[in-house]
Design a binder for this molecule. Structure first.
Ligand code: M6R
Length: 366
């Protein structure tokens, strides 16, 4: 059932060209300039008029939600808040009639997320579920939704569900931005094409697997890792650090790259690998300065870069290349090296990557 792969996690990482494709199929039609998503269409007025969108999730799904905040605010100009379900449910949260709650969950069974949306539903919000497991509890409590269609995810570390969540959230933002008129037709068509090209670009990111494996052996004995990114790649830094923690048991922290000088830079010495997610986007110049700040303190820089970026390639100790893409959709590519690095370090350390200690696939207790 592992389809020739050593672990489910690796199989699921390699499934992503087809899972993202399946997620877009029948929804995004760039040639005709249309997006079809029944759950959005049926609630379009509520979504368009929502004073606020709240995204509720845990773990990796929360990281997808954080990235969605950036995308929704950019394309739809609706204020978005992203909440950890466990915090939201216990703090007498403000939910007003008209607010839209987007719950993101692979399993659809995460207890904190489920209770959080049940509460918000009572307070009059529309609950929109983005769930992978069909017919799960969160899917049933939601009044509208869109499935991620990533297929069963067996590995405890979420990989293909994450890229599918990003794809669905981006489709919704595109549709809503277009309907609201906050996204002009030219950019709408451009982003639709960029999104539709992602499944064809993922294999090039996966082709780096052997190279990432070598890096895994080089860095596997590090005690700590820092992951840094800016803008759309900041949530990917958080996700990279979470993947490494859960699979390799190495302490890792994700930070916005510019925030490091407010504290974490004190950790940097010649023993600290720092992973930069530094693809070519509007933050490129800024992140180059951040890389220089780490190099000046003798940190080891592993940079995820856009293919052919010689500037960063010259500065970094090691690079991993991913194909070029619009910055809004690029995280679906830049997260792949994060998944591979965590996987191969876990394997290099002889750990059970599909079933890391202390973790369960879905957290059905609070
Ligand atoms: O099933 P869910 O998406 O609701 O699960 C949320 C988290 O428990 C989950 O993403 C967890 O953080 C993963 N083990 C991360 O790889």
């Amino acid at each position: 059932e592992k389809g020739g792969y050593d672990h489910f996690m690796l199989k699921e990482i390699f499934e992503q060209p087809s899972t993202v494709f399946d997620c877009l199929r029948g929804r995004v039609d760039a040639a005709n300039g249309t997006i079809t998503m029944a759950g959005v269409e049926a609630n379009i007025d509520i979504l368009k008029n929502a004073p606020r969108i709240l995204i509720i999730a845990c773990g990796t799904s929360w990281h997808a939600g954080l990235l969605a905040e950036y995308i929704f605010e950019e394309l739809c100009r609706t204020p978005v808040e992203v909440e950890y379900a466990s915090e939201f449910r216990y703090r007498n949260p403000i939910v007003n009639k008209g607010d839209v709650i987007i719950a993101v969950s692979q399993s659809g069974e995460t207890a904190d997320t489920l209770v959080a949306i049940e509460k918000a539903k009572e307070q009059g919000a529309l609950i929109f579920g983005i769930v992978n497991v069909v017919g799960s509890s969160i899917a049933r409590v939601s009044q509208a939704g869109a499935y991620t269609h990533a297929g069963p995810e067996i590995g405890v570390a979420s990989t293909k569900a994450f890229t599918a969540q990003l794809a669905v959230l981006t489709i919704i933002a595109l549709k809503l931005g277009y309907e609201k008129g906050t996204l002009d037709n030219k950019r709408f068509l451009h982003l639709m094409n960029e999104l539709q090209d992602i499944p064809e670009k993922i294999p090039a990111a996966l082709n780096q697997a052997e190279h990432v494996k070598q890096l895994a052996y080089k860095y596997k004995d590090a005690r700590d890792f820092l992951y840094l990114g800016r803008g759309y790649n900041f949530p990917i830094a958080l996700e990279g650090a979470l993947k490494l923690k859960e699979i390799s048991y190495i302490h890792a922290e994700g930070y916005p790259a510019a925030e490091m000088k407010h504290g974490p830079i004190a950790l940097v010495d010649e023993n600290l690998p720092v992973v930069f997610i530094a693809t070519k986007d509007s933050y490129h110049e800024k992140i180059i300065s951040n890389i220089q700040e780490i190099k000046a303190r003798k940190g080891k820089v592993i940079a995820v870069i856009t293919e052919g970026d010689d500037v960063i390639a010259k500065m970094a100790d090691d690079v991993i290349e991913v194909p070029a893409a619009d910055e809004l959709v690029a995280p679906m590519l830049s997260v792949i090296p994060m998944q591979l690095l965590a996987y191969y370090i876990g394997v290099a350390k002889g750990l059970d990557v599909d079933k890391p200690r202390n973790l369960a696939k879905s957290v059905t207790v609070e």
